[in-house]
Design a protein around this ligand. Structure first.
Ligand code: FAD
Length: 387
């Protein structure tokens, strides 16, 4: 039988996440972190203590041992109140999924426990100044020297770049027959000599989240820090995204839900032509469209996350969820501003912040164009003479 009802435990988790976000992410803190681009480390630590950001890490490594579905529920609730602070909290273990998926027992013991027991913060560094969507064109090099590997190169737009303790860094270790062969992930402790992190300021949105350029100059790691076998990095990254894109969809659903609640309230209060603007049929149709798209995005997100939860991720579903939910967030945030009129354009209402925060969900972890490419490739298959 098909069942759309969350379990009592899942409902409890959702409620706890909502209560935490509404209590801790106060309007004053949200405003200050957004305006001054402050990373809210105290709230990040509190969320960690309560298990929210380690919900998916197995219990044997100190996590909560739950699934991506529960993580998506928490993510939606956090982003509903504040996408910026939600990002700081829920992305504080970003990249660790790679260790969960491909790490050795020793790597899991050391690095997952660093997150669950020592407030560690992680990152995943794939993007470079000249290699974004085209991951296979990365230039960062990792060369074997005795028992060690030496890393040189520059990564950009790295979430948690200045605050992380370790990062999963993708580098070229050999020239494969194909461009995407010969890439390898290394777990790099980022407080060591040779790693330079520079915060990227003046982002459009998610301003409470840390984003940085990371430069690696003759940084050494041992064999024990290589993830899987050399040359597997590209495939590991694609598998990683199958598991993380539903979470971006949950971020987008949270942003859309927060913006929707705001605009619903406003349209019932704001009067023009002697009546609430919610009385105009055009407004009603927009509210109906927004609510429908949000519900559709949420169901797609849950479906994609559930596939991961049963250990059968579907790349096309993860991409569908990410693309559709991202577009929904941008659509709803746009109408949220529009229906606030001039008040939506100024900082007095959070409408403008949701509008700024929404856009990133169509860009990171693969742009919406790349998502559509993945979906289409699964539909069409490999074409003779195609690239
Ligand atoms: C706030 C923030 C946080 C981020 N966090 C991380 C992180 O933690 N780790 C990390 O590694 N990266 C991170 N990124 C990087 C992000 O994943 C990339 O910005 C994204 O993948 C796009 O790459 P790009 O910026 O180089 O754009 P490009 O790849 O240059 O794309 C530019 C445009 O061209 C389009 N395009 C490119 N190729 C094609 C194609 N084949 N067909 C059609 N259209 C195409 C794109 O869709 C886009 O519209 C982050 C970025 C931001 C802004």
């Amino acid at each position: 039988m098909l069942n759309f009802k969350l379990s009592p435990e899942q409902e409890d988790i959702r409620r706890a996440a909502r209560e935490f976000a509404e209590k801790e992410f106060t309007p004053e803190i949200i405003e200050k972190c957004d305006r001054e681009e402050i990373y809210p480390i105290d709230i990040v630590k509190k969320a960690r203590k309560l298990g929210f950001s380690i919900v998916k890490i197995p219990e044997e490594y100190g996590g909560m041992g739950l699934t991506l579905l529960e993580e998506c529920l928490i993510t939606e609730e956090f982003y509903r109140v504040s996408p910026g602070i939600g990002s700081a909290c829920m992305s504080s273990t970003f990249g660790s999924e790679l260790i969960e998926l491909f790490g050795t027992e020793e790597q899991k013991e050391k690095y997952l426990r660093w997150l669950t027991e020592k407030d560690g913060i992680s990152a995943m560094a794939s993007t470079e100044p000249e290699a974004g969507s085209d991951v296979a064109s990365i230039k960062t090099k990792m060369v074997k020297d005795g028992d060690e590997w030496v890393i040189n190169g520059t990564k950009t737009f790295i979430t948690n770049g200045t605050v992380c303790d370790f990062a999963l860094v993708l580098a070229r270790t050999s020239e494969g027959k194909k461009r995407h062969e010969g890439l390898t992930f290394a777990i790099v402790e980022t407080k060591q000599k040779g790693v330079k992190a520079t915060k990227i300021k003046n982002k459009l949105g998610l301003r409470a989240s840390d984003t940085a350029e990371l430069v690696f100059k003759d940084v050494r790691v041992g064999d024990e820090n290589i993830l899987g076998k050399p040359g597997e990095g590209f495939y590991q990254l694609m598998e990683f995204f199958n598991h993380t894109r539903p979470r971006v969809a949950a971020q987008a659903v949270g942003i859309a839900q927060g913006a929707f609640e705001l605009v619903l309230k406003y349209t019932k209060q704001r009067k023009q032509f002697g009546q609430p603007i919610a009385a105009f049929q055009h407004t009603q149709f927009k509210l109906a469209e927004m609510a429908t798209r949000i519900q559709a995005a949420r169901l797609l997100c849950w479906y994609a996350a559930w596939q991961c939860s049963i250990k059968d991720p579907k790349p096309e579903l993860s991409s569908m969820a990410k693309w559709f939910a991202g577009e929904t967030a941008v659509y709803v945030a746009d109408w949220c501003v529009q229906l606030h009129g001039g008040y939506g354009y100024v900082g007095e209402y959070p409408a403008e912040r949701y509008y700024r925060d929404a856009k990133i969900t169509e860009i990171y972890e693969g742009t919406k164009e790349i998502q559509k490419q993945i979906i289409a490739r699964r539909l069409i298959g490999k074409l003779e003479g195609g690239s």
